[in-house]
Design a protein around this ligand. Sequence first.
Ligand code: NAP
Length: 318
Amino acid sequence: MDERKAIILGTGPAGLTAAIYAARANLNPLIIEGNEPGGQLTLTTEIENFPGFPEGIMGPELMDNMRKQAERFGAEFFFGAVTSVDLSKRPFRITVNESDEFLGRSLIISTGASAKMLGIPGEAEALGHGVSTCATCDGFFFRDKKIVVVGGGDSAMEEALFLTKFASEVTIVHRRDTLRASKVMQDRAHDNPKIKWVMNHTPVAIKSEDHHVIGLEVRNNENGHTQLLEAEGVFIAIGHQPNTAFLSGQVQTDKVGYIVTIPQNTATSVEGVFACGDVMDSRYRQAITAAGTGCRAAMDLEKYLEGAFVHDWSLTNP
Ligand code: NAP
């Protein structure tokens, strides 16, 4: 089995930026694409805040450009999801799709984060049949229909605004009476006449008939009354879970599962393993910040392979 100098897990903006930098450093990195090649940006529409694109750029196009840029400098891609890793020995052993194995002298983890689900009755069976976590992917199917969006953060505002292009009416359901979303996103949603609000209500169940969603049952947090919000589509936009289960505890994470890195760089608790993007950043979670950490991770990895990287884990608890 070949031993690669550098293996990168994930192809969102963090992984692809790391790939561009590692490839330009002649490290011929192997990139494991993951379940969602291109990451979360392939599930979005226009990106207006990625510097260098004054008119905006579509998410999938941006990711495709990054991938081509990495390939141009010699990055190799392997389609599949990492199922396990063995970081206890050198070289590191990476298992993809349960069966394909790769050895790497160094590793960058940029596996991102996945959409959280409500975990209420009716949700799992209706996923793909009226329940969705991606307005960009599924909004089209709800032309002139009523839609409910669950969540009070920026994602919920963004999804709701996007869905107004298709739906007859979009109702945002939030479990508190104040939103978590940024002011600008709140204002945009409030200014949109197609958006209705059901605040301070907790989702209880998703109701379906004949495999079609008919609405979301919610409970009023003040008086406990329940009601059915009629809708043919329910979009869940309540945040994300970092994709770190495959590490089975071999790299230190916080209690949610986000990888802990040394604050001054991208090193993890395992020497030679670096992390970047949403898998280690629960705070900024932007394409540009993910790309920035991807650049840092590749530069750290290059130094590590030269024997010039100082792994000072004590800096995580100064
Ligand atoms: P978030 O900020 O964590 O918001 C999640 C929302 O879902 C919160 O309002 C939360 O309620 C609610 N929620 C969580 N679990 C729930 C449950 N089980 N039942 C009902 N509601 C639940 O996540 P996000 O909106 O995905 O945003 C993540 C980050 O990405 C943020 O930093 C955001 O600014 C950024 N982002 C930015 C943009 C943009 O600028 N265009 C777009 C998308 C995301 P509580 O408020 O009660 O906790």
